[in-house]
Design a protein around this ligand. Structure first.
Ligand code: UFG
Length: 330
């Protein structure tokens, strides 16, 4: 059987495709290449260029391949952009996911793994690591658009022969330790990526968005998870559903947080390079502090993180940035 990866030419998707190939799976990718790159897709995978809401294309993909699972990454991912342009997030993340889920049900694809996000929680009531049962109060259209998809999946699983795993990602960073893929998106906004660009001199320093938050150093706290550990959680989810496991929602993070300033200091330390940091105002849609409780992923999915080390995450991100600079793919 084959696995269909949507958004397989993107950052996390391209790591997933490599992880599936490494595990001996047959892999099919659909990506419209709006932010991803064809060259980022492992050569073993079968590639279809197009949109996940293109029903005819999906029917063709299901007819041409024996797909028993979909891993759904395709979507828009930038919190402040979603605040500025909410309807495009409800279109790309919610409406198009609905079309994909409908096509999956029609084609009787039994398993589905969904890229959800910690943004569904908003800012939790306490500083404790957040559990899946915490209140769901997204603070951005991005978080809301993903939560709506989780709700569609829940209801679809109740009505049809269909199981899903929604993985709520915390802050994904780093790159394939073997250097085969990484975060290549142009105009990236994610903290470690932006800092890596500053190290390489691709940008003149960077901004810290807000130093007046109620945290020890005033900057926001996040749980940074290495992208390969995240890809591995999807493999475990797939394995579990294929073995008959039911639908489940699981956090993907390590359970410890770093502030923005801590991350930037670590980047400078690992790189051995200093770069200018400007203190700017708060960025719209940012939650103050959010850290995962990963117990469900560890117990139910049998997930074992291997790269729970901020310096390693940063090192792999820097190595990839360096690789991009050398191949002139900035
Ligand atoms: N930040 C800066 N300067 C930058 C970039 C980011 O100070 O140049 C700060 C942000 O304001 C925020 C923190 O770094 O406080 C992390 O920001 P990112 O943009 O790296 O990530 P987000 O936390 O906004 O969002 C990410 C994912 C979401 C996910 C969320 C969960 O994009 O999918 O983490 O916490 F939901």
């Amino acid at each position: 059987m084959a696995v269909l990866v949507t958004g397989g030419a993107g950052y996390i998707g391209s790591h997933m495709v490599w992880a599936l190939c490494d595990a001996g799976e047959e892999v099919v990718v659909i990506d419209r290449l709006s932010t991803g790159f064809r060259w980022a897709v492992a050569p073993e995978a079968r590639f279809y260029e197009g949109d996940i809401a293109d029903r005819e294309l999906l029917q063709r993909i299901f007819a041409e391949n024996r797909i028993d699972a979909i891993i759904h990454f395709a979507g828009s991912i930038i919190v402040p952009e979603s605040v500025a342009d909410p309807l495009s997030y409800y279109e790309n993340n919610t409406a198009k996911s609905r079309a994909l889920i409908a096509a999956a049900v029609e084609a009787k694809v039994p398993h589905f793994v969904f890229s959800s996000t910690a943004a569904v929680y908003g800012t939790p009531d306490t500083a404790d690591p957040v559990e899946e049962t915490a209140p769901l109060r997204p603070e951005s259209p991005y978080g809301a658009s993903k939560l709506m998809t989780e709700i569609m999946l829940r209801d679809t699983a109740l009505a049809h022969d269909f199981t899903y795993t929604a993985l709520r990602y915390f802050n994904v960073a780093g790159a394939d330790p073997r250097g085969r893929t990484g975060q290549s998106t142009k105009g990236a906004t994610h903290l470690i990526k932006v800092a890596a660009e500053a190290v390489l001199g691709k940008r003149q320093g960077m901004d810290v968005f807000g130093t007046d938050y109620p945290t020890p150093d005033g900057t926001c706290i996040r749980d940074y998870i290495h992208v390969s550990d995240l890809a591995n959680a999807h493999l475990k989810a797939l394995e579990r559903m294929r073995a008959g496991g039911g639908s489940i929602v699981a956090n993907c993070g390590y359970g410890r947080g770093f502030s923005v300033l801590e991350v930037l200091n670590r980047v400078k330390e690992v790189a051995g390079v200093d770069f200018p940091v400007r203190i700017s105002g708060r960025r719209p849609g940012d939650a103050v502090s959010i850290v995962a409780n990963p117990a469900v992923a560890m117990q139910e999915l049998n997930w074992q993180p291997k790269h729970d080390d901020l310096a390693f995450i940063v090192r792999t991100a820097l190595d990839w940035e360096d690789h991009l600079a050398r191949r002139n793919q900035i």
